[in-house]
Ligand binder design. Structure first.
Ligand code: ZN
Length: 240
């Protein structure tokens, strides 16, 4: 393997260290991998409800996960810097500590709920099989607000297919989602036999003592973002 620059080598080493800190998540395909650029859209249906009381809840398929996570505002050029809040599991959590500290922008460290859920996606090429992917969204996003109102109106997320479209690039990106009143699309996405990812394995968990480093405590804020060249999204990126 060759490196174009020392910067690139350092970045790769950092990425490897991050994966180790995060417990080496197995590979998954994320819905965001099909929404890499402005105008991309994808049709999918939910394989899981978010609520046990919902009409489509099936014990065998389980539920989507709602997880409290911290995002590091210190590393805005590194969007995958999020990890589960460990206050409940470890009794201590770096993100929580910073969020109540006196530093400027401490409020940005507050833990926020994020949703992870298995979805079944129509194939890119006609004739191919549909593919299971993991969708993840911040719970306060417009997409999730829309989905929750859909779930309230129909008592399920499983009754229709949806189309999600990406608008814009980088930090100026929004997503619009609409239900598809199409039995044909729904028939292309059968619930029976669809594989599921074990979502718990894909939540980034960093032990307390490694959290300062993981979240970039040692990185001077001014240097971090501009040093990192922008590059295409990796397929296992789960950022929205
Ligand atoms: Zn926390």
């Amino acid at each position: 393997m060759s490196f174009k620059s020392l910067k690139e080598l350092r970045q790769m080493q950092q990425e490897q260290a991050d994966r180790r800190a995060a417990g080496d998540r197995p590979k998954a395909t994320w819905l965001s991998s099909r929404l890499g650029k402005n105008g991309d859209s994808v049709k999918f249906r939910f394989l899981q409800e978010l609520d046990e009381d919902a009409a489509g809840y099936d014990e065998a398929r389980g539920l989507g996960l709602i997880v409290m996570e911290h995002d590091s505002p210190w590393l805005p050029g590194s969007p995958s810097k999020h990890a589960r809040c460990t206050m409940e599991t470890e009794g201590q959590c770096y993100g929580c500590e910073v969020s109540v500290s006196k530093i400027e922008g401490a409020y940005k460290w507050k833990a926020k709920p994020k949703i992870y859920v298995n979805v079944l996606v129509t194939p890119e090429k006609e004739g191919d099989a549909p593919e299971t992917m993991i969708a993840s969204w911040r719970a306060n996003s417009d997409v999730v607000k829309f989905l929750l109102s859909h779930a309230e109106a129909y008592d399920t997320l499983l009754n229709m297919a949806f189309k999600i479209t990406r608008n814009g690039q980088k930090t100026d990106t929004t997503y619009t989602i609409m239900p598809l009143m199409s039995d044909k699309v729904l028939a292309q996405l059968p619930l029976d036999g669809a594989e599921l990812y074990d979502l718990e394995q894909y939540i980034i968990k960093v032990p307390y003592e490694k959290q300062p480093e993981y979240f970039g405590a040692a990185t001077p804020v001014a240097e971090a973002p501009s040093e990192v060249p922008s590059r295409p999204r990796a397929t296992d990126s789960d950022e929205w």
